[in-house]
Ligand binder design. Structure first.
Ligand SMILES: [Zn+2]
Length: 259
């Protein structure tokens, strides 16, 4: 059954409905059947079944290939060592070169917050970081990966903030890492099995992490006014620490890696 079909956009007028014409209009409110007969002109919203439409399904298949084991372990190693520094989260930005089918990590400057309470420092369960302002030639911003200190499930903040792209959450990085991976496109979140995106989903962290990446971690300590102060921030103000990682470490600096 061939019925002329028009999609109605906000900035575009539909052509006039001529006498004798029947057409469908797909608009924000659904599908409308429009008729212009000798007796009436109408536009009636109709259900799909009334139009003998078939079911359709949302789906997403990735064609980008997998992160190789070296990149995967670089991510785990960074998260493992970052977590050992502050017990909190850490994040990496994932870039992709579609022409060469290559991934690359970008480690952004990232800030974790800690506050003093009940005689100890508590680490917040979120991390702040910016996406790279300039991308290497040929690379696109493809998504990100971040560490959770607790559940592997996306937080409310993750669900609200995730833009289109691949989003990897890692938990239990100091045991057998667990993953939650989603690909978001057009605002829809599609779950991705770890075996789809990782060459070796069971691999473990290395014993070291790239030094330049660890130097991107900044801890912002906050002491509420109501608490007696520990050794610093005596007026209840915020203050940035130096990066917690020092150059005494003898680990090699792998920097960003390409798959
Ligand atoms: Zn999260």
């Amino acid at each position: 059954m061939q019925i002329p079909t028009h999609v109605k956009f906000e900035d575009r007028e539909l052509p006039p409905l001529e006498e004798g014409q029947t057409r469908l209009v797909v608009a924000a409110g659904g599908v409308y059947r429009e008729r212009h007969t000798q007796i009436f002109t109408s536009s009636a919203r109709v259900e799909g079944r009334g139009l003998q439409l078939a079911d359709h399904y949302q789906y997403c298949r990735l064609h980008c290939g997998k992160l190789n084991r070296a990149m995967h372990r670089a991510m785990l190693s960074f998260f493992y060592h970052a977590h050992s520094l502050h017990d909190g989260e850490a994040a990496l930005v994932l870039l992709y070169d579609p022409d060469r089918g290559r991934f690359r990590w970008h480690c952004p400057r990232q800030t974790i917050e800690m506050h003093w309470s009940y005689g100890r420092w508590w680490t917040s369960d979120h991390i702040r970081f910016d996406n790279p302002p300039v991308l290497p030639d040929g690379f696109l911003h493809f998504g990100d990966a971040h560490l959770h200190a607790g559940s592997v499930a996306p937080s409310v903040t993750d669900l609200e903030d995730d833009q289109d792209g691949l989003h990897i959450i890692v938990a239990d990085v100091n045991k057998q890492p667990r993953y939650h991976v989603d690909f978001v496109v057009d605002g829809r979140r599609f779950h991705v099995a770890p075996s789809v995106i990782f060459e070796d989903p069971d691999c473990l962290p290395l014993s070291h992490a790239p030094r330049r990446w660890l130097q991107q971690i900044h801890v912002r300590r906050y002491v509420p006014y109501s608490w007696s102060t520990p050794e610093r921030n005596k007026n209840g103000r915020e203050e940035d620490d130096d990066p917690p990682y020092r150059s005494r470490n003898r680990y090699s600096d792998n920097g960003d890696q390409s798959a």
